[in-house]
Design a binder for this molecule. Sequence first.
Ligand SMILES: Cc1cc2nc3c(=O)[nH]c(=O)nc-3n(C[C@H](O)[C@H](O)[C@H](O)COP(=O)(O)OP(=O)(O)OC[C@H]3O[C@@H](n4cnc5c(N)ncnc54)[C@H](O)[C@@H]3O)c2cc1C
Length: 460
Amino acid sequence: MKRVAVVGGGIAGLSAAYYLEKAKRNGAPVKWTLFEKSDRLGGVIRTEHRDGFVLEAGPDSFLTIKPDASQLSQELGIADQLIPSNDFQRKTYILVKGKLVQIPEGLEFMVPTRVLPMVTTRLFSFGTKLRMAAERFAKAGTQDKDESVADFVRRHFGQEMVDRVAEPLLAGVYGGNADRLSVRAVLPRFVEMEREHGSLVRATLQAHKTRIKSGTARPPLFTSMKQGMQQMVDALVAKLPASSLLLQQTVSLLRSNDTWHLSSDASASGFDAVLLAVPAPAAAGLVWQTQPQLSAMLGKIQYTSSVAVLLAYDKAGLPPGFGFLVPGAEGRKMLACTFVHKKFSDRVPDGAVLLRCFFSSSRVPDLLSFSDEALQELARKELKEILGLNEQPRFARTFRWDVAMPQYEVGHLERVAQMESMLAGLPGLHMTGNSFYGIGVPDCIKSARQAVDRIVGSSS
Ligand SMILES: Cc1cc2nc3c(=O)[nH]c(=O)nc-3n(C[C@H](O)[C@H](O)[C@H](O)COP(=O)(O)OP(=O)(O)OC[C@H]3O[C@@H](n4cnc5c(N)ncnc54)[C@H](O)[C@@H]3O)c2cc1C
């Protein structure tokens, strides 16, 4: 019987526990226990309900194109709870010189696919429009080295596309900086497109043609759960034996005689395999006694902290669409604001409005020293200046996530490969979670499943 310890009860750790339990029920000789530091499961996934409003503290959805979260929901029997984003009313704005300018239709992330909206948009200068037109003729080939997202986008479309589109979009997802994020880790699909086609425009248009020919409908951009993302956590927990899920555990880890010795508040036990599903700084702390080199590598993964301020209104006049992004050059503290009531149905009582404002320590280094009241004041002040919103919210709720967003900086994939080769020399030690193979919820589920396959499939 292989004894497995899962450390960390976010979506990665819980998914790993689920796949271990599934393997066990299918006859694999495994026995597992999950150790979570805090008093709840789900990590940054957390939904609250108040007065008919659905308040997401962390992720509000996942990218539909990545199948692992939907597939897991199917297995958990909650596929009927999946809801699509209301793409028919998807419009996103960028703040440019204090005014909201709509991202033109046909701009797919940073790739223009339609001529007229690009010609008429106020988002780009004439020079950038020319660059976009010329990009179509770029030759195939790729950089032999990793580079920043900013460098990659600049090579294709120029600096304005970095400042007005790539930087604010990535800041909204990673709470990070396009000058430092690795294009290979963050936008692998675009690197692949460049390698095959040279031009990202040609590659995207080609993909459109293939999709149309195959008759495949375009899926909704985002998927969420009817009652919020917490439903996925609750469904996972419901499938797992409660006695194997240990909360409020302070864990330490040592290795001797081919066994991992894990001490926690509950017990001290030996395990054949340990799966670390905690943020990299926590993993670094857990392995520093047994593997100082690996610990040092883990410590190199930088993190930012995030804050989401949710403001609920009985009514408010807003432009149509899903929300807006704020480029750093605008000199504001807010990174993005989602019009939650538009993005998904049934998130608010009839006629009400829910705004989710997103802040990151990448833009406000002392973010977490602000009180909740100060953060709410800040959100309201910037909303008033940007949207002219004067209404008094019915209530506000602030969620803080300290050291929550890993930054896949240039060279990230090489560092992960180095860590993997260190792990290869440490039988039974495995890692999953958002520090390595993608920060999206589906990425975390996928990497947990793959780690379990390795654990169940290997002799150690
Ligand atoms: C504000 C915000 C918005 C986001 N929005 C989206 C989105 O819309 N879509 C999307 O796909 N992704 C989004 N993400 C990213 C995604 O939610 C996360 O990357 C993912 O949920 C992380 O899961 P995880 O299990 O790897 O880590 P976590 O959720 O961080 O869980 C790690 C767990 O480990 C525990 N832990 C830490 N140290 C120890 C220790 N020493 N011992 C035991 N336990 C420990 C923690 O308490 C925690 O429960 C968002 C993230 C944030 C913060």
